[in-house]
Write a protein that binds this ligand. Structure first.
Ligand SMILES: Cc1cc2nc3c(=O)[nH]c(=O)nc-3n(C[C@H](O)[C@H](O)[C@H](O)COP(=O)(O)OP(=O)(O)OC[C@H]3O[C@@H](n4cnc5c(N)ncnc54)[C@H](O)[C@@H]3O)c2cc1C
Length: 421
């Protein structure tokens, strides 16, 4: 079996990449999706708020996904559902499995990685106590409530203030559960400000920053959860413990890009994002292998996933038709002073598009600070920022014209200055 472009993952990233690659003229595209339907994780996100940037409308997750699925159907882009990719070789041979065909190999000329992310599990969190029933990741609970029609419990404590935890605090409340508290280890929330207001404040659910779970009581089922305040080293402070009677503990403690396949393939991964390191074409260190969406870095808004994935689809199409201009000058983009990483992490100034969006997250809350871009030692951009927080993605736009004014440029640095953390 052969295809020109294989897309792994049929979530919003894979769908948008497929549509863009087809619009750019590639006929032979195949989307491989392990689930029994397209749409990715959005199928279980039935709340609204999706698509404000892309469609200037407030859509639910499934409605947002449906728009891209409709385009895929209209363009007759083929896809295989219930098909799990289990291996990718550097020669771009993709080993897949499904019930109808068993195990088979697909040969592709270009590959777009769009496998999304998964939640950090309890095992990775070092929470003491027994392992009773009633402990779920927030995403699992979201699936139970929104897709399976089951309630995980009635009295809930949530650890972690990532967006899925915040959304589930409101969702469980709607369904009649009592959400007692959201405890967050860090002194700031990991979620969007709008979700704290709309999902916690509006329902009087307390958010306890700098708190973590120190004990879980109950052997068969969760009976109570004890939380405590933590110090600057994130160690629990004795004497600050508070115990909440509950039957359910939801964990919303971070998302991890799904890069086991990419790692095995030899794609270089960032130690900060756990996603592939890519250049301005969203191409990894393996020519013809591109990455986009949450597999690349965890996004705050799906609109940015679709935009980025559309670019990956277009670049993969250009790669297919050999339209990539030669450019051996590669300039590193270096994150410093509070900027944790950048996507892309390098740029070719001659072949880049007129404008290049560089997206990243910051490592702390910064107030009244400046986002600065340096070309070697020259500061070429200062953006005043009232607040920057780890829960929200930031971006700067680099202009090709400006880059070409600096002939012997060796590095671009993005950092935060004059901010009080
Ligand atoms: C549990 C959860 C809940 C979320 N809730 C929200 C929310 O409420 N609001 C919001 O804005 N964002 C939410 N997000 C973030 C959301 O994931 C992104 O906005 C968006 O869905 C990312 O798109 P994606 O296509 O990169 O990833 P996904 O939507 O995760 O799609 C990836 C697809 O790849 C498939 N896949 C993975 N590995 C393989 C493989 N080996 N073979 C074949 N197929 C594979 C998966 O089945 C999936 O369909 C949530 C994320 C998670 C994990």
């Amino acid at each position: 079996m052969k295809t020109k472009i294989a897309i792994i993952g049929g979530g919003p990233a894979g769908l948008s990449a497929a549509v863009a690659a087809r619009k750019a003229g590639v006929k032979d595209i195949l989307i491989l999706e392990r689930d029994e339907q397209l749409g990715g994780i959005l199928n279980q996100c039935i709340h609204n708020g999706f698509g404000l940037h892309t469609f200037q409308e407030e859509l639910t997750g499934p409605e947002y996904a449906a728009r891209f699925i409709a385009e895929v159907e209209e363009m007759q882009i083929p896809y295989l559902l219930s098909t799990m990719v289990v291996d990718i070789s550097p020669e771009k041979k993709i080993t897949c499995m499904n019930r109808e065909q068993g195990m088979f190999v697909l040969e592709a000329e270009a590959i777009i990685l769009a496998m999304g992310c998964r939640e950090r599990p309890r095992g990775a969190l070092n929470i003491p106590g027994y392992r009773p029933a009633g402990i779920y990741s927030a995403g699992t609970a979201q699936r139970y409530v929104n897709i399976e029609g089951r309630m995980p419990g009635e009295k809930v404590v949530i650890l972690g203030s990532g967006d899925i935890g915040l959304i589930m605090a409101r969702r469980m409340t709607f369904e009649g559960a009592k959400v007692q508290v959201v405890a967050e280890l860090m002194p700031y929330s990991g979620g969007l400000k709008r979700n704290i207001v709309q999902c916690l404040d509006d329902y009087d659910i307390p958010l306890k920053l700098s708190h973590t779970v120190v004990d879980i009581k109950g052997k068969d089922r969760v009976e109570a959860v004890t939380i405590a305040q933590v110090d600057e080293k994130l160690k629990p402070i004795p004497g600050t413990e508070e115990t909440y009677e509950c039957d359910t503990l939801l964990l919303s403690c971070g998302l991890i890009p799904e890069n086991e396949l990419s790692g095995k393939l030899g794609v270089e991964l960032s130690t900060v994002t756990s996603g592939p390191i890519v250049n301005e074409r969203l191409e990894t260190n393996i020519p013809g292998v591109f990455a986009c969406g949450n597999v690349l870095h965890v996004h705050d808004l799906v609109d940015y996933v679709s935009e980025e994935a559309g670019a990956a689809g277009t670049f993969a199409a250009e790669y297919m038709t050999q339209q990539f201009a030669e450019d051996t000058t590669e300039i590193a983009i270096c994150p410093e002073g509070g900027v944790r990483y950048t996507v892309p992490s390098s740029i070719h100034p001659h072949r880049m598009q007129d404008k290049q969006i560089v997206r990243f997250r910051v490592g702390n809350v910064y107030k009244n600070s400046e986002l600065c871009v340096y070309f070697d030692d020259s500061c070429i951009m200062r953006l005043k920022k009232k607040v920057m927080a780890p829960g929200e993605m930031e971006q700067v736009i680099l202009q090709k014209k400006k880059l070409q004014e600096y002939e012997n440029l060796s590095k671009i640095t993005i950092r935060i200055e004059q901010g009080e953390a």
